[in-house]
Design a protein around this ligand. Sequence first.
Ligand code: ZN
Length: 264
Amino acid sequence: MNRENFIKLSLLAGAGFALQGYNSKEKTHVLTLSFDDGFKKSFYKTAEIFNEYGLSACLNIIATGQLKSFNTEPVWIPQKLLGDFNDWNKLKGKGHEVMLHTWDHKNLTEMPVGEAKENLDKCFDFFSKNLDSYNASKSVYNFAYNASTPELDAYALQTVRAVRTGGWLVLKDGKYNTLTIPAKPCTLGCWGCGPDNCDAYIEGEIMEFLATSGGWLILNVHGLDGEGWGPLSTNYLDGLLKRLIKVKSLDILPTGMVLEKYTS
Ligand SMILES: [Zn+2]
């Protein structure tokens, strides 16, 4: 190697080290945009936008959503708009995160607890058989309607790494999850807004978050451009990520990756 190339390589290595050091120590704010339900067109588009900015999307799927028999209640989740596990495995293969969003999108707090636990088990079993490289100990279960009880949280946490439920249920001190994440199974709180377009809500929540001293904000979103409950518009999402990747204190990651990176 000549001297010039040696210097170039040394500079690159130095820059890499500095960047890595910065990432691990200086990020005070973490944002997860947690997309639910599995709208085929919207999820491919969302993944493409996240790719554009070197980010991984957080995609949460209903196990039986790919079946024609899926009961399309509520009206926000018409079966014909949903993708299947070929789609989800393809997107996972491209570096996006695919997590569990229920067996059949029932509100588990509105049925006998034994039935709710069976419903959870069916979902875990389905994902273990149909999602490539599924690892329950690194997975997140996202409750439908962000509705759960401490008993259902605890039951699911016997299987998965974390559950995502309503922020109003588990975040007693405010809106944000802590970045001091324990190695043991944990319960995470999120927030969302619908049924109409939620661009303005998301913008307001993120700006308010960035003005604080930090934490982990999980915002629950769904489809794009009219698909699903509280949709975002494609142009807004694209512009939002374009702005946010420039915020040096901010990490934008899917839930499972936050758990891997920030567990103390
Ligand atoms: Zn949902």
